[in-house]
Design a protein around this ligand. Structure first.
Ligand SMILES: Nc1ncnc2c1ncn2[C@@H]1O[C@H](COP(=O)(O)OP(=O)(O)O)[C@@H](O)[C@H]1O
Ligand SMILES: O=P(O)(O)OC[C@H]1O[C@](O)(COP(=O)(O)O)[C@@H](O)[C@@H]1O
Length: 303
């Protein structure tokens, strides 16, 4: 079974204004509320690709109820720990540029945290656990380490998509996949990455630090996959970007979904890129048909 873990889900409140004038009253010409948070987006894509998965994490309050209802409507199996505090709302402002304002996340009590950790006591060796997104401050920076310890104990695999010291520590535990975008990769090593060769050099460092496979996304400028077999690159499909929120999560969903279906890392890479772009080209997370349309337009080559 694949488990996605969203410690910090969010309602993504997508707000569109024509011209944003700071300090004035601005009127939205369009707005949309989506069930978000990184693991939830991954689950939505896996579901589109008919890959069985279960969504885990914390949900609370009226915002949490909205997300739970959406997941149930999408028929995504889920088993979130109910918390007393409200799940956050993240604002995604679309004007001439895209601006995101992500909240810190709700209070989570030690008892609620313990309930979630207990869910990983039943893991099986064939399971894949996808750990995605920020950690609410109440849980402590080492919360992913605690889950990873249980994954390793079961002999299962994990994917991690987060930033900073939790990602750094996770590398030594040999994640199946990490997917930084090129900005996150630069931040991790406190460098600025000017060229594709720079990006490959630092992506290779992630593999040397323990990651089995490293996928570096560069938004509309292509993507790089580094595996035990070498370095691969891909184009990205051309299209009109409508809402790139969730593109990175979709890429992980597409990659892991195709990987469990085919066992082939390059097919996974091709599907991952197509899925990320299909989401960028739609207002919501991509549908199976939108993904399938783009797959043939993605070409993977060995460097
Ligand atoms: N402007 C774009 N044009 C085409 N595809 C895009 C665009 N932005 C994102 N994507 C797709 O989504 C993937 C992930 O996007 P990226 O912005 O790099 O990740 P993240 O959302 O994690 O920052 C890209 O590799 C690409 O396939
Ligand atoms: O947990 P974080 O890092 O605050 O990120 C959460 C946000 O990222 C998203 O999962 C989108 O992520 P990507 O655009 O990187 O795919 C949103 O749904 C959510 O608001």
């Amino acid at each position: 079974m694949i488990y996605t873990v969203t410690l910090n889900p969010a309602i993504d409140y997508i707000v569109e204004v024509n011209d944003l004038t700071v300090g004035e009253v601005n009127r939205m010409h369009n707005d949309l509320k989506l069930p978000g948070g990184k693991g939830i987006n991954v689950s939505r894509i896996l579901n589109e690709l008919t890959v069985a998965n279960q969504a885990l994490g914390f949900l609370g309050g009226f915002t949490g109820e909205f997300i739970k209802n959406c997941l149930n409507d999408f028929k995504i199996p889920n088993n979130f720990i109910q918390i007393a505090a409200d799940t956050r709302i993240n604002v995604k402002l679309k004007a001439t540029a895209e601006t995101e304002i992500n909240a810190q996340g709700p209070a989570i009590t030690p008892a609620e945290a313990k309930q979630l950790l207990a869910q990983f006591d039943e893991l099986q060796a064939a399971d894949i656990v996808i750990l995605s997104g920020s950690i609410p401050p109440a849980l402590g920076r080492d919360f992913y380490d605690k889950i990873i310890a249980k994954v390793k104990q079961a002999g299962a695999q994990f994917v991690i998509d987060t930033t900073g010291d939790p990602l750094e520590r996770a590398l030594a535990q040999k994640p199946l996949l990490v997917k930084p975008n090129h900005h996150e990769l630069a931040d991790l090593f406190h460098v600025s990455l000017e060229t594709k060769d720079d990006i490959i050099t630092y992506g290779q460092k992630l593999r040397r630090l323990g990651a089995q496979n490293v996928l570096v996304s560069m938004a509309g400028a292509g993507a790089i996959l580094i595996t035990a077999e070498g370095v691969f690159e891909s184009n990205v499909p051309t299209g009109t970007v409508k809402n790139s929120v969730g593109a990175g999560d979709s890429m992980i969903g597409g990659f892991i979904g195709a990987f469990v279906q085919t066992g082939d890392l390059l097919t996974a890479f091709q599907t991952g890129v197509a899925t990320g772009s299909a989401t960028a080209f739609s207002y919501d997370i991509a549908t199976a048909a939108e993904i399938a349309n783009l797959v043939p337009t993605v070409n993977v080559t060995k460097k």
